[in-house]
Design a protein around this ligand. Sequence first.
Ligand code: GTP
Length: 264
Amino acid sequence: SSSGNELSNIRRKPVIIIVVGMAGSGKTTLMHRLVCHTHMKNIRGYVMNLDPAVMTLPYAANIDIRDTVKYKEVMKQFNLGPNGGILTSLNLFATKFDEVISVIERRADQLDYVLVDTPGQIEIFTWSASGAIITEAFASTFPTVVAYVVDTPRSEDPTTFMSNMLYACSILYKTRLPLILTFNKVDVAAHQFALEWMEDFEAFQAAASSDHSYTSTLTQSLSLVLDEFYNNLKSVGVSAVSGAGMEAFFKAVEASAEEYMETY
Ligand code: GTP
């Protein structure tokens, strides 16, 4: 906690924000927006790219996996396909991650946040040993939170919504870090429906029951499970395109970092 926890080596700053999201959720566009926002508001941030396969980034990364690991060469050298290449590149980078942590530690006094972009194929980060090693390295040194980016317009379908929430739930379960459900693209569809479904599982069940192909007993059981999950997280609506919700996002990050300091 803030009042001097002797057991903890964790410093208060910077807060690490690990940004994950399904392909197409708008993760990269959102990263760009968050970086612009920090520049505009004089928030002191670092940006880290952990996607070895990305060709061009719309923002400048302070730490970039591509500077250390050449994805194309890794593919050739180990005779791998695209996903194997990304995974192996991440593994190679993970072995040097203590150096990355040192770089951040040296700058810690001048940094409020480190924004971390992860590979476009979400499971390469969330379900790999190196993803876990990197997450753990962050979380044992700095307050660390996960921003899970949701494609809001696509989640208006109850079945898709539930799949997405179950995925987020699995990430919470695996990382045990504070999770911010970041409903993106609110310029296209407001996230109000999602808040209502999370608040009131009967409202969600009513929406889901209009889909007759869906097993309603499963829906009902799962929405009870998710009810407990929703109690443990924060949600914000943002638009990477319009810039809506940036203040709310950073407020949620601060609250999550507080929660982190109290819990870990
Ligand atoms: P990577 O997997 O990291 O490549 O990113 P991504 O696939 O998660 O998302 P990307 O940033 O490439 O965006 C996917 C599509 O969604 C693009 O066509 C974006 O222009 C669009 N998009 C992203 N954010 C928003 C938003 O806030 N509003 C709208 N309307 N479109 C968005």
